[in-house]
Write a protein that binds this ligand. Structure first.
Ligand SMILES: Nc1ncnc2c1ncn2[C@@H]1O[C@H](COP(=O)(O)OP(=O)(O)OP(=O)(O)O)[C@@H](O)[C@H]1O
Ligand code: SF4
Ligand SMILES: [Mg+2]
Length: 343
């Protein structure tokens, strides 16, 4: 494990397998390998974008990291200012510190807010539950954070139904930020919003990240969004990390055939309807192909790809790829353009 103080979160060989049970006795007949041996590091103050098609394990990875799911195996360590927190070995006090340090923003601002709680109760809940603030102090902290996300103090006593989708997502962001987390896991935070609102929320997230020196693990199926917000990009396919690198390098010079395929489908602007459209379908996570999981769609596949599983290897400094032929292939990238999503 790293002693590098720049590293905030270290993930090592993380796995999450969901059992498939059948019959009267509910015997486990197979496993869905939603996250399979994922290792990565998140640096302090960076935005690490995680991209991949629907069902590749992005949400499951995020949920394992906030302890909503118990990982099947592997490890994650959060390096806080005061101590290192090993996720599967936290005592009560460490769990409270962990919950304050890592917060999640969810995809659906309609489903993720309790309709019976007003803004003050919703945003103040993490402060109350974690024993951080109550009464007047709690209200002051909530007032402060909702203004930071572009809402007004008059909104405090209003209920979710009276807000638009974009405003609801602002409430969700305020709820995540009110405890002053170090790491924010944002799971498709703009996917459920209209295109014009997506731009506003993305810009807000970027602004907050810069001003508050936050670190994001930013999950999206939309390469245009990932390209806009990220410093580094991690590409997932069928539960595995297949490529990881600095944004410019990965976009200009992808080294994994799947990344090349994703980049070929990037739209010019953020488009809510945009889905990653690529040839073929991802494999069944309970019946993965032998060797390389991408080989059933890979136009560069050779005999070795069916026989041997490629491992994630550092091809150049900070650029990791899992493909037997990564060093030899000449793949097409994109020229990263400066994009503005000003609303
Ligand atoms: N609680 C669960 N029980 C069983 N299988 C699950 C569970 N959660 C996720 N899965 C399965 O794990 C795989 C990965 O799902 P996950 O939601 O992590 O994908 P995703 O990349 O977030 O997809 P999307 O882009 O559609 O949100 C899928 O095959 C999914 O059906
Ligand atoms: S290992 Fe083979 S199948 Fe897999 S991505 Fe590389 S070339 Fe394609
Ligand atoms: Mg998801």
């Amino acid at each position: 494990m790293s002693t590098n103080h720049q590293v905030l979160l270290e993930v090592d060989g993380l796995r999450k397998y969901f059992p498939i049970q059948k019959g009267f006795l509910r015997r486990t007949v197979a496993h869905i390998k939603a996250v399979d041996n994922v290792s990565l590091q998140i640096q302090r103050g960076e935005v690490l974008g995680v991209v991949g098609e629907s069902g590749c394990g992005k949400t499951t990875l995020g949920r394992c990291l906030v302890r909503v799911y118990e990982p099947t195996g592997g490890q994650a360590i959060l390096h806080t200012d005061s101590q290192d927190l090993t996720l599967d070995d936290l005592n009560g006090e460490q769990m409270r510190l962990f919950r304050r340090s890592v917060q999640m923003i969810f995809q659906d601002p309609f489903a993720s807010l309790n309709p019976r709680m007003n803004v003050l109760e919703t945003v103040g809940e993490p402060l109350r539950v974690n024993g951080i603030a109550k009464g007047r102090e709690l209200e002051e902290r909530v007032s402060q954070v909702i203004q930071q996300v572009g809402l007004r103090v008059e909104h405090l006593r209003r209920y979710p139904h009276s807000f638009s989708g974009g405003q609801r997502q602002r409430i969700g962001i305020a709820r995540a930020l009110v405890v002053h987390p170090k790491l924010v896991i944002a799971d498709e935070p703009v996917s459920a919003l209209d295109v014009s609102i997506q731009a506003q929320i993305l810009n807000l997230l970027k602004d907050l990240q810069e001003r508050q020196e936050l670190t994001y693990l930013f999950v999206s199926h939309n390469m245009a969004v990932i390209r806009y917000i990220s410093d580094r990009i991690a590409v997932m396919y069928a539960g595995k990390l297949v490529e990881l690198g600095p944004k410019q390098t990965l976009l200009r010079h992808p080294k994994h055939p799947y990344t090349e395929l994703l980049l070929a489908a990037v739209p010019r602007t953020i488009d809510r309807q945009q889905r990653i459209i690529t040839a073929g379908e991802p494999p069944d996570l309970a019946r993965l192909p032998s060797g390389c999981v991408f080989r059933t769609r890979c136009k560069y596949a050779q005999a070795r790809c069916a026989e041997e599983e490629p491992q994630l290897q550092e091809l150049e400094s900070g650029h990791f790829v899992s493909c037997h032929f990564a060093a030899d292939l000449s793949l097409g990238g994109v020229v990263p353009r400066v994009q503005s999503f000003a609303a």
